[in-house]
Design a protein around this ligand. Structure first.
Ligand code: C5P
Length: 241
């Protein structure tokens, strides 16, 4: 099993390549995976991924693809060429879109020397509340929608889902241990919650069944980011004993 610190994914929620490189350089000895989202990728393009690879980090490309199946499949192929470790698509794009995304990734891996990235589905964005779901015609509870979409993602061959720690048990109940669960909304004890209303500690996330934890501001805004990472890894080790 990967060391517990390898469960930590740093959300590189910064604006520029220079800022991102500052954190990757400092932390790549302790953190294995760096998440690149829409802002940083739109600003830097593939150079951001090359930079992370240069420092021996793995890339979680969090662009949440959602489009017609063919368009998503072609975008996934491009992400595969960039040798990313994980990437996200929206389960709300439907089963066929997810199946074609998975197929594009498998075909690419078969025809190249690079492995298939882990394909993660986003179910219901945690920013959406029950009324927002109603507005878009989803008349079930958030929990039911999350569960239904996680089952659909699994049927489509997706490797995992992005979900809050509160949703992890719903997903485990619906899909068993097959799916990897990646959880944001993590706050080490004693740090600010920022805008994460239902944040959990790294230990609680581990107990909830999280396989990987996405953490941004508690590390990025720390006076000593490396120390925070070491403390989180220690908390995970203690929780695992
Ligand atoms: O700074 P913080 O630790 O809150 O960053 C969490 C990261 O996880 C951000 O990149 C954010 O976009 C992402 N995320 C989240 N909540 C979700 C899905 C993704 O905070 N439900």
């Amino acid at each position: 099993m990967a060391p517990l610190s390898q469960k930590i994914i740093l959300a590189l929620d910064v604006e520029t390549l220079k800022e991102a490189e500052h954190f990757v350089k400092k932390l790549s000895g302790s953190i294995g995976i760096f998440k690149v989202g829409k802002q940083l990728f739109t600003h830097c393009g593939p150079t951001i991924i090359e930079m992370i690879h240069r420092h021996r980090g793995k890339v979680f490309l969090d662009l949440k693809f959602h489009d017609i199946p063919n368009t998503v499949a072609r975008a996934v192929e491009e992400a595969c060429k960039l040798n990313v470790f994980m990437l996200t698509i929206h389960a709300l794009g439907g089963k066929k879109m997810m199946q074609e995304a998975v197929a594009a990734s498998s075909t690419f891996a078969r025809n190249s020397s690079l492995p298939s990235p882990l394909m993660l589905a986003v179910t219901i964005l945690t920013s959406l509340k029950p009324d927002d779901l109603k507005d878009i015609g989803i008349n079930t509870s958030v929990e039911e929608a999350v569960s239904r979409l996680a089952i659909l993602a699994r049927q489509a061959g997706v490797n995992g889902v992005v979900a809050s720690a509160q949703e992890a048990h719903i997903i485990r109940a619906a899909c068993g241990n097959d799916l990897i669960i990646v959880t944001p909304g993590i706050r080490p004890q004693g740090t600010s919650r920022d805008d994460q209303k239902r944040a959990v500690t790294p230990h609680e996330a581990l107990l909830a069944g999280s396989d990987y934890m996405v953490i941004g501001r508690p590390i990025l805004e720390a006076h000593d980011p490396l120390k925070v990472v070491q403390e989180i890894a220690e908390e995970l080790r203690e929780g695992n004993n």
